[in-house]
Write a protein that binds this ligand. Structure first.
Ligand SMILES: N[C@@H](CCC(=O)NCCCC(=O)O)C(=O)O
Length: 248
């Protein structure tokens, strides 16, 4: 069973604790484990009680952003939208999961949370930074179009990710306005985009699988080989299996 921290969303005059279907499906159908959606209760959540009962953690993506106060920056319009309940839940959960050596897969916002939880910072509106490409979701009508593979990333030779997907460049989807700015101590870069954007990180010296990716392998995890490899490697770590190595 793995903990999947929820987002807070508001509709029908309620605040809901939610996780999107692609993440839940990829965990259940490809990683072969049981997703357990953890409510974004923040300080009211007994993080240790949750982690005592799960075998790993997966952090989903979200349109919301980590509040910049968590990395010492004054918030502006360009940093929102926020989900402070989610921040208050995931940041302590990440630190404790790493201390416990629980397998951790952090996707998009999840990778940014991993970086902030360990003391790093985030750059916002990266498409406005000289030399950076536009990594935002395309303004297209369907999810398949929005999550289409759009640019190449290359895994760092000898790294954890390279052991899963190999060292040849491969295409990923891209739906983010923010990215890692100051890399947290204790994180290693595992992949970059052609414009230098950090696209994957790992926790140095982690006792198990501890990988963050800026793209969305969950969305095509049922069909796209690199996405499948990531979720299968995560599932293997959750079961304590020997990690599958990338072919070539
Ligand atoms: N909000 C952050 C993280 C981006 C992210 O997690 N995107 C998830 C999918 C969003 C969508 O469906 O558009 C950022 O913008 O960097």
């Amino acid at each position: 069973m793995i903990a999947v921290p929820a987002d807070i969303r508001i509709f029908d005059n309620y605040r809901w604790h939610v996780a999107a279907t692609p993440y839940v499906d990829a965990v259940a159908r490809v990683a072969g484990t049981v997703p357990f959606i953890v409510p974004a209760l923040g300080e009211a959540l007994e993080v240790e009680a949750v982690l005592d009962r799960v075998d790993g953690v997966m952090l989903t993506g979200s349109k919301s952003n980590v509040h910049p106060a968590h990395y010492g920056v004054e918030p502006t319009e360009r940093h929102g939208p926020f989900d402070e309940d989610r921040d208050a839940t995931t940041l302590p959960l990440i630190r404790s999961a790493i201390d416990r050596g629980l397998p951790l897969l952090a996707i998009c916002r999840g990778m940014q949370e991993l970086n902030v939880a360990l003391g790093g910072s985030i750059a916002t509106e990266i498409q406005e930074i000289a030399g950076r490409d536009d990594h935002r979701a395309p303004d297209l009508p369907t999810q398949d179009e929005r999550f289409a593979l759009r640019h190449e990333v290359r895994a760092v030779p000898g790294g954890i990710l390279a052991g899963i997907v190999g060292v040849e460049p491969f295409r990923v989807n891209s739906l983010h306005r923010q990215a890692i700015d100051r890399l947290a101590e204790g994180l290693a870069v595992e992949a970059t985009a052609e414009d230098g954007t950090i696209e994957a990180v790992s926790v140095e010296g982690a006792r198990s699988f501890a990988l963050g990716v800026q793209w969305h392998p969950e969305y095509w995890a049922g069909s796209e080989p690199m996405s499948q490899r990531i979720f299968r490697a995560y599932g293997a770590a959750l079961r304590g299996d020997a990690p599958a190595r990338a072919v070539a």
